[in-house]
Write a protein that binds this ligand. Structure first.
Ligand code: OSB
Ligand code: MG
Length: 370
């Protein structure tokens, strides 16, 4: 496969409700949409998931965009890829920059699927045509607000709820939800907000019968996570720590976690994500599909991956309307009995709504690759 042209759209989609994590408040989803053209006129799509500020990982939206335009696209010029796995191998020498690489690599996967006339899910080896999903609820101003948000999502049919926590907005919030919803599959995501000084607070979370505790400590804290995991029966799930298969192997060897929140964008693309999913399955670690407040293209990518058999725990892949009033694809993803249908058309299986895309696009850029 030879690449001929890349088009980049800078898109801003307002969120229906602001989303608060321990890092801060997000009001809109800002991203770059990549259109990648091959020599046969196929178009593959990638979504850049890096956030404007380097809070979640080191990458930033503009920095990652620069890596794409000044490095990845230059390197790919004149290259002839014969299989999708070759793309990430070709860029393996480039350290970090996972989300920039993932945007490019995922667009190539979409192209390969389209060239073969199969769905992306099929190309990825996925067998399920629908996936069970859950919802991620941002930090709320009060326990009452949290309870009403949980009630709304449960009512809509989400089969499990993840709530964001940080020191000061944790134990009482968890207790309130657990009391009101004794049978709910519930867990907490701290986004690295805790230190060893708060160890005792985390130990107390073991009493709420949580499905897991996600990323309590810092991004490189394999040891501290292992110390906590030794003392609690609730599984620890790592998110920010995991950038490549080696991180999962290390976490497994240290006993730092029993579950992995797998985001294709955070590990540099589908190829690495598949290696991680296979490792987790082999070593009885729970692996599930995380989210980055994705717009339509990223959501389609996630669904294709989460349709693989290793993904047994519901992912952070909610219906489109949980985040957006309007998206840039023609058909919204809908929740049916707690599940979302996996697109079966060729490639990502969703159509871009170019009218909507134009309305939400601030700037565009075209780069010729031949
Ligand atoms: O930690 O999983 C996370 C959103 C932004 C940054 C980090 C995270 C999240 C979410 C939302 O939890 C998941 C989603 O619904 O897309
Ligand atoms: Mg997380």
């Amino acid at each position: 496969m030879k690449l001929r042209k890349a088009c980049l759209y800078k898109v801003h989609l307002p969120l229906v409700t602001p989303f608060r994590t321990s890092y801060g408040l997000t009001l809109e989803k800002s991203f770059y949409l990549l259109e990648l053209y091959d020599e046969k006129g196929n178009v593959g799509y990638g979504e850049l998931e890096a956030f404007p500020l380097p809070e979640y990982t080191e990458e930033t939206l503009e920095g990652a965009k620069l890596i794409l335009t000044s490095l990845l696209l230059n390197e790919a010029q004149g290259q002839n890829f014969s299989a999708p796995e070759e793309v990430s191998e070709y860029f393996r020498w480039i350290k970090g920059n996972e989300m920039a690489k993932a945007m490019f690599e995922s667009a190539c996967y979409d192209l390969f699927a389209k060239r073969e006339g199969v769905s992306l899910a099929k190309l990825l080896g996925a067998e399920n045509d629908e996936v069970a999903v859950g919802v991620s609820i941002g930090i709320q101003n009060s326990e009452a607000d949290l309870l009403s948000a949980v009630a709304d999502f449960v009512e809509e049919g989400y089969s499990r709820v993840k709530m964001k926590i940080k020191p000061g907005q944790d134990l009482s919030y968890l207790a309130a939800v657990r009391e009101q919803f004794p049978n709910l599959v519930l867990f907490a995501d701290a986004n690295s907000a805790y230190t060893e000084a708060e160890f005792d607070i985390l130990l107390k979370m073991d009493h709420f019968d949580l499905a897991m505790i996600e990323q309590p400590f810092g991004t490189r804290d394999f040891l501290l996570h292992a110390k906590l995991q030794q003392k609690i029966r609730t599984p620890i799930c790592l998110d920010e720590n995991i950038r490549e298969l080696g991180d999962v192997q290390q976490a497994y060897a240290f006993g730092s976690c029993q579950a992995v929140n797998l985001k294709m964008a955070r590990v540099g693309g589908f190829h690495e994500a598949l290696r991680i999913a296979e490792f987790c399955e082999k070593h009885q670690m729970t692996v599930w599909c995380g989210g980055m407040l994705e717009a339509g293209v990223g959501r389609a990518h996630n669904l294709a991956l989460a349709a693989r058999k290793e993904f047994k725990f519901p992912g952070d892949i909610s219906a489109t309307k949980r985040y957006f009033k309007e998206d840039i694809i023609k058909k919204d993803f809908e929740l049916v009995n707690g599940k979302i249908h996996v697109p079966q058309g060729v490639g990502i299986g969703v159509e871009i709504d170019y009218k909507a895309l134009k309305r939400f696009t601030k700037s565009t850029e075209t780069i010729l690759l031949d």
